[in-house]
Design a protein around this ligand. Structure first.
Ligand code: C6P
Length: 397
């Protein structure tokens, strides 16, 4: 089948009868009808609490929920018991920082990078503060790539946590190589896949990492659902993150024992309707094919690059060889906040600001940038409309 972003767009009600140009997909993606239908059907036909209700509605809901777990597992090449449902990447990383992070000692090191999102910085700062461990950063090059020759992997490094793709620079990091380097010094390798899994085929076994975290809402699914994948051997050994219903085996007045994985890490009623939505999103993405999606994003990003370069007076941040569909830039003489407001008048949505990556912005010498980010429904026409609007706005200044 020939991929057509124009055809894909028809599956998304938000674009119906609208001139919306949505270029903020790194923040969140729009939802196709198939995902909305799956969630609605769950609520209309099978709404009961999962893993608790013995009546038919309950088993139907549980089946749909667990079926989604299987889809997620299959999507990233892992067994189902290694898929923990969380509310998103942020919760997934906090889970790790509160469990693995709390096993660290003074003198241990956590290695992250200068291009991380706050979700992959702040939980580790907090863990370091609690335990006395130190937080180290891999610097980045002028082109916005990790400076691997100055990456301080050493015997004190216990946890390495790096983004698969930067939400500001678009850089795709060499996770396989980084996993090897982490394992050579005996460290655990965690990947922040918030911008990875939605945009490329991911097989966690091939990546060689120990944990991989991502968010459903950045890959067509509802908000409030995310995933933490972890290797069985680690998950079995780790203490739970939160206590409550479902994560236990036996509870007495004095103490409790834990359920098996993954349930040990899913305290309380999970976001099961959203998880079902994630399953439908995966079906939708698989029908197109992740390689097709990555290829489309490459083409549209290159098209946007060329178009932006023609406009002139722009500074683009990041020129990594391996990159995805994110372009951050600033326009001479126009503050990014003003730019966003003027674009909004033409119904064009981009993100401006620090993109929850203040340390990176500081390295870039900026406090804010404008950012366009693409997904499966963006086409050349979106870029053309954006450029035309930008030319007009430049005329005002
Ligand atoms: N970045 C952006 O506009 P949550 O909020 O938990 O779904 O995802 C957090 C997160 C973690 N890592 C990376 C690399 C991310 O890009 C994000 C979310 C959005 O760039 C919202 S701040």
């Amino acid at each position: 089948m020939n991929f057509s972003a124009k055809e894909v767009k028809k599956d998304f009600p938000i674009f119906k009868d609208s001139n919306l140009v949505y270029l903020d997909n790194a923040a969140t993606t729009q939802k196709p009808q198939a995902v909305l239908d799956a969630v609605e059907s769950l609520y209309k036909e099978a709404n009961a609490n999962v893993h608790r209700a013995l009546y038919s509605l309950g088993s139907d809901a549980t089946e749909r929920f667990e079926n989604s777990r299987k889809k997620v597992a299959n999507f990233i090449g892992a067994p189902s018991k290694e898929i923990i449902f969380t509310s998103g990447t942020t919760e997934s990383i906090n889970l790790l920082a509160r469990t693995l992070g709390d096993t660290l000692n003074s003198g241990d090191e956590i290695l992250i990078s200068e291009m991380e999102h706050h979700s992959n910085i702040v939980p580790w700062q907090m863990a370091a503060k609690r335990t006395g461990a130190s937080l180290k950063y891999i610097p980045i090059t002028e082109s916005g790539e990790l400076e691997l020759e100055n990456a301080d992997f050493n015997i004190k490094t216990k946890i390495v946590s790096l983004t698969h793709m930067s939400n500001v620079l678009g850089t795709i990091n060499p996770i396989e190589e980084l996993s090897k380097r982490a394992h050579e010094v005996g460290a655990i390798m965690i990947v922040d896949g918030a911008q990875g899994v939605p945009h490329m085929a991911v097989n966690v076994k091939d990546l060689g990492c120990d944990f991989y975290a991502f968010s459903g809402h950045k890959m067509l699914a509802p908000t409030g659902i995310g995933v933490l994948w972890g290797k069985t051997e680690h998950l079995e050994e780790m203490d739970p993150f939160m206590g409550g219903g479902e994560m236990i085996d036996i509870v007495s007045m004095e103490s409790s024992t834990w359920n098996e994985i993954p349930y040990k890490f899913e305290a309380g009623t999970p976001n099961f309707a959203q998880a079902v939505g994630l399953g439908a999103a995966i079906d939708y993405l698989e029908k197109i094919g992740m390689d097709e999606i990555q290829n489309h994003e490459k083409v549209i990003t290159q098209y946007a690059y060329n178009a932006l370069n023609q406009i002139g007076g722009l500074k683009i941040y990041g020129s990594a060889k391996e990159r995805g569909g994110v372009i951050s830039f600033n326009v001479d003489g126009i503050h990014p906040y003003d730019l966003a407001q003027f674009l909004n008048e033409d119904n064009i949505a981009i993100r401006v600001g620090h993109h929850c990556a203040q340390p990176l912005l500081k390295t870039l010498g900026e406090t804010a940038t404008a950012r366009m980010s693409f997904y499966i429904y963006n086409d050349e026409l979106d870029v053309d409309k954006f450029c035309a609007s930008l030319e007009t706005i430049k005329g005002y200044f």
